[in-house]
Design a protein around this ligand. Structure first.
Ligand SMILES: Nc1ncnc2c1ncn2[C@@H]1O[C@H](COP(=O)(O)OP(=O)(O)OP(=O)(O)O)[C@@H](O)[C@H]1O
Length: 500
């Protein structure tokens, strides 16, 4: 068995800190790890004619007649047995979007458990980086999400990935509408790291609201990361943070996910206060989302159809609006985005854990029932066509509607478009969303705001959508709480979307 790094090893990583004179501390290594004080080689000789090498970003499996590599990102777990057998489980790519667990297993020439254990630790360190291993996950299955396939998708596509990664699982089905709120409100937050929702965006919305109803809301929202395993019809949370709407690829992203603060916004309407993680829409988007339900049979073409109908009618949605603006034009928004995106993500210990008795933050600007803050002004928008505020970039797989969104900048990105613009201009904006040049269109008003109030007027009824769910057609006020919630993301601080 090789015990030192081969100098001629083509897969040797010259930047490997463990090969340098002063070993760097490794984030997840336990104090009594046998490899702690040894210079662990990158290459493990297994069998007479095979070796496993740690490359720059993948594990290289070298056999006499073949070489292949497995990206560290795809490595789920590794272990060794006393007889010298080393087993590595990984997520094998089986199609453009899907992965499924697979394993390789080799026996060491001469069993050396100290070396094998140290090498495995080094492999897992590369595979997980600063992501938590063996996450304790409360899984919520919505049997009615999307086409009703969540339970099957979980067992077939998701659970095998979690099991291979040695996650601790506690699975529950939601029994009725609002059950996600109850489960999150009553759960033992110390027993879990993540609530993963096999659902659309409806269950994550419920979970954040349930956590928000607890007396220890601030701590619960900080401690419990909410993730989505896309099994619904709207899967924006997963698209933004797992970078996929594939259930198996999302499971891998959750296994490897980095804890990331997410702004949550308080919505006050009537006497209610709820939390929103995704969006608020008044006008055409709300109407497309909510008023075309009866056209579900058309698939996503229902949105195009609904849009064209309203376009022909040049529909307007008059409202009075007051906003607390943080970045008031596109140049400022772009600069804020670039500055923030260039910074490294906060590490976990840079986030302060709220005290155990801290509830939801108080409202700095009061509620919809209070007088308008003195420095706000209600401005009539008599020709409003679209009012859309987003907390994360993608609203659906092809709709990077808010490319400048930053998950924890304390702001919502607010888009306003007049409803009386020329029809060809409206049509252009619709196509620009898919082409990725929507942000720069002249007639698209794009700002970052930290709070606002909107009161629809001169319409007896209409549609308001909060995180894709319909709420009463009456005025509401919104205030953003910076980094109040927690998600798991790939980057640790950004959405998986092309920024600005
Ligand atoms: N057992 C259940 N019976 C009925 N409704 C349920 C049940 N479990 C959850 N729900 C409700 O289903 C709704 C939709 O959930 P989800 O977001 O998972 O699916 P979806 O297909 O993306 O949703 P939609 O397209 O309807 O917004 C939520 O409001 C939730 O409260």
């Amino acid at each position: 068995m090789a015990s030192t790094v081969r100098e001629d090893d083509p897969f040797r990583d010259p930047h490997d800190p463990l090969l340098a004179a002063t070993p760097q501390p490794q984030p997840h290594r336990s104090a009594d790890c046998p490899g702690e004080h040894m210079n662990v080689p990158d290459t493990l000789a297994v069998g007479r004619n095979a070796s496993l090498s740690l490359g720059t970003d993948s594990l290289i499996v070298l056999e006499t007649k073949s070489t292949r590599s497995i990206a560290f990102y795809n490595i789920l777990w590794a272990e060794h047995a006393e007889d010298g057998q080393v087993t590595i489980q990984y997520a094998q790519t089986v199609s453009k979007k899907a992965v499924r667990p697979a394993l390789i297993s080799y026996t060491l020439d001469k069993p050396d458990s100290q070396l094998a254990e140290a090498w495995i630790e080094k492999l897992l360190d590369r595979a997980y980086g600063t992501a938590q291993r063996r996450k304790r996950i409360k899984v919520l299955l919505n049997p009615f999400g999307g086409q009703g396939g969540a339970v099957k998708m979980y067992h077939k596509l998701i659970a095998p990935i979690f099991a291979a990664a040695r996650c601790e699982l506690d699975v529950a089905k939601t029994q009725h509408q609002g059950h996600g709120v109850e489960i999150a409100r009553d759960m033992d937050i110390e027993a879990y790291d993540v609530v993963a929702c096999c659902s659309g965006d409806g269950i994550p919305h419920e979970v954040w609201n349930g956590l928000g109803q607890r007396p220890d809301a601030a701590r619960a929202l900080h401690h419990v990361a909410v993730a989505q395993l896309p099994c619904g019809s709207g899967n924006a949370l997963s698209i933004n943070f797992n970078g996929t709407d594939s259930p198996s690829a999302a499971a891998l992203a959750v296994v490897k996910g980095l804890r990331t603060p997410l702004d949550l916004a308080s919505i006050t309407q009537g006497d209610r206060r709820t939390l929103s993680f995704l969006s608020q829409a008044v006008g055409i988007v709300a109407e497309l989302d909510l008023a075309t339900e009866h056209l579900r049979w058309m698939g996503s073409a229902r949105f195009t159809w609904g849009f064209l109908v309203r376009l022909i009618n040049k529909t307007v949605y008059p409202a009075d609006i007051a906003v607390k603006v943080e970045y008031d034009n596109k140049a400022a928004v772009r600069e804020a985005y670039r500055t923030q995106a260039a910074k490294p993500p906060l590490s976990n210990h840079e986030r302060t854990l709220p005290p155990p008795d801290a509830g939801l933050p108080s409202l700095k600007h009061g509620t919809i029932n209070d007088a308008l803050p003195s420095d706000w002004e209600l401005i009539p928008h008599d020709h409003l066509g679209n009012f859309y505020a987003g907390n994360i970039a993608y609203m659906s797989p092809d709709m990077n509607f808010f490319p400048a969104c930053l998950p924890s900048d304390g702001c919502l990105d607010l888009v306003r478009i007049r409803g009386d613009i020329a029809r060809h201009t409206s049509l252009k904006s619709m196509m620009a969303i898919e082409n990725g040049n929507f942000f720069d269109l002249e007639h698209v008003d794009y700002q970052k705001v930290s709070a606002y109030r909107i009161i629809p007027k001169r319409q007896r009824e209409g549609y308001i959508s909060i995180d894709g769910e319909r709420v009463p057609f009456e005025g509401f006020q919104v205030e953003v709480h910076r980094g109040l919630g927690t998600v798991l993301s790939k980057s640790g601080h950004l959405c998986e979307a092309k920024g600005v």
